[in-house]
Design a protein around this ligand. Structure first.
Ligand code: NAD
Ligand code: AHE
Ligand code: ZN
Length: 369
């Protein structure tokens, strides 16, 4: 079938709006009509060429929501008409990872997903007869996309797809990192570095966990007002200080924070986030994605003296079993999503959505097909 899509033909170039060919679902696969998708910084990161797994030409996009259009042979858990959120972290329920009870990472499709291919090693997308790669197992920048069954969470039909698409990445990642990865305790002091959708969702999660003090840190002061609305109590612009930012935070908090979250993808800030943690127990969670070749550094003494460094992917959330609950909580007003959506536009304005993100003018832009 034909599908409208925004194709990344090469790193560092704008997406091109074209009509691509999409092959039907094979065994264990599902064809989905994406109704809405948003743009996450990780899409921009891969498009920039910094992602070691970035392959081109590809159909990017991983924060979407849609409706099942067709199912391949052997698909039992989904049927035509079901509402779904694509998952870049699959959940097969059977692999060593899924059975470990220790992680949300799933091994079932990850190897081929990282190569831009379906689990059988081939692609369902092509343009002018030449193959296009998939991305993160989701490729939501095509109106019709094919995913493995294990990469789809079935959600309530009552929920608006143009809002819950944000649960495909940003909102879930931030809230989940607080609840599942850090397990923030009531009364804690929390520092959040970077106030895009991820950082704001961390603030929302910290407020849900009754943190006493939430310090919002960004070099763009325009982000502070929304951070305040999500529950931040203190606001720090590193540009206003000559001292290293970790020292500023340590001085503000009688020795450091209980938890910090890096939501930028900057390895220098990751160090600051660790070093602003309290001696003996402070934990720092890396959420930001750093470019190829980048490495983190600190004095080992920081860890010897009790600080803990952790990372979080998709907020530690198991998509198929737990995302429907996030949708329900949004419907009950317990999780905010609408407040992240600063812009709404037709899908063909997708390059503008990338520009707004780069310029620091948007939190999330929802694109409608
Ligand atoms: P974003 O671009 O909307 O937000 C980043 C924010 O960081 C901006 O407000 C920017 O002003 C701020 N910033 C930049 N440099 C800074 C600095 N030196 N000090 C303080 N603030 C600074 O991005 P986003 O969509 O919120 O994504 C944030 C990061 O999280 C990205 O690296 C993205 O790839 C990553 N991410 C990771 C996961 C995961 O599962 N681990 C999921 C989603 C996104
Ligand atoms: N491809 C990159 C790594 C990218 C990465 O870390 N992705 C995050 C999700 S970002 C969503 O916006 C993640 O969940 N990683 C776990 C996984 O299995 O990919 C690289 O460095 O190769
Ligand atoms: Zn993302």
């Amino acid at each position: 079938m034909k599908s409208r899509a925004a194709v990344a033909f090469a790193a560092g170039k704008p997406l091109e709006l074209v009509e691509i060919d999409v092959e039907g679902p094979r065994t264990g696969e599902v064809l989905v009509r994406i109704v809405a998708t948003s743009v996450c910084h990780t899409d921009a990161y891969t498009l920039s060429g910094s992602d070691p797994e970035g392959v081109f030409p590809a159909v990017l996009g991983h924060e979407g929501a849609g409706i099942v259009e067709a199912v391949g042979e052997g698909v039992t858990s989904l049927k035509v008409g079901d509402h779904v959120i694509p998952l870049y972290t699959a959940e097969c329920g059977k692999c060593k990872f899924c059975l470990s009870g220790k992680t949300n990472l799933c091994g079932s499709v990850r190897a081929t997903q990282g190569k831009g291919l379906m689990p059988d090693g081939t692609t369902r997308f092509s343009f002018e007869g030449k193959p296009l790669f998939h991305y993160m197992g989701t490729s939501t920048f095509s109106e019709y996309t094919v995913l493995p069954e294990v990469s789809l969470a079935k959600v309530s039909k009552e929920a608006p797809l143009d809002k819950i698409c944000l649960l495909g990445c940003g909102v879930t990642t931030g809230i989940g990192a607080v609840i599942n990865t850090a397990k923030v305790t009531p009364g804690s002091t929390v520092a959040v570095f970077g106030l895009g959708a991820i950082g704001l969702a961390v603030i929302q999660g910290a407020q849900m966990m009754n943190a006493a003090r939430i310090i919002a840190i960004d070099v763009n002061p325009d982000k502070f007002e929304l951070a305040r609305q999500f529950g931040a109590t203190d606001f720090v612009n590193p540009k206003d200080h000559s001292a290293p930012i970790q020292q500023v935070i340590v001085d503000m908090t009688d020795g450091g924070v209980d938890y910090s979250f890096e939501c930028i993808g900057n390895v220098n800030v990751m160090r600051s986030a660790l070093e602003c943690c309290h001696k003996g127990w402070g934990e720092s969670i890396i959420i930001g994605v750093a470019g190829a070749g980048q490495e983190i550094a600190t004095r080992p003494f920081q860890l010897v003296t009790g600080r803990v460094w952790k990372g979080s992917a998709f907020g530690g959330v198991k998509g198929r079993s737990q995302l429907p609950g996030y949708v329900e909580r949004y419907m009950k007003g317990e999780i905010k999503i609408d407040e992240f959506i600063t812009h709404d536009m037709p899908f063909d304005q997708i390059n503008h959505a990338f520009d707004l993100l780069h310029e620091g003018k948007s939190i999330r832009t929802v694109l409608h097909y």
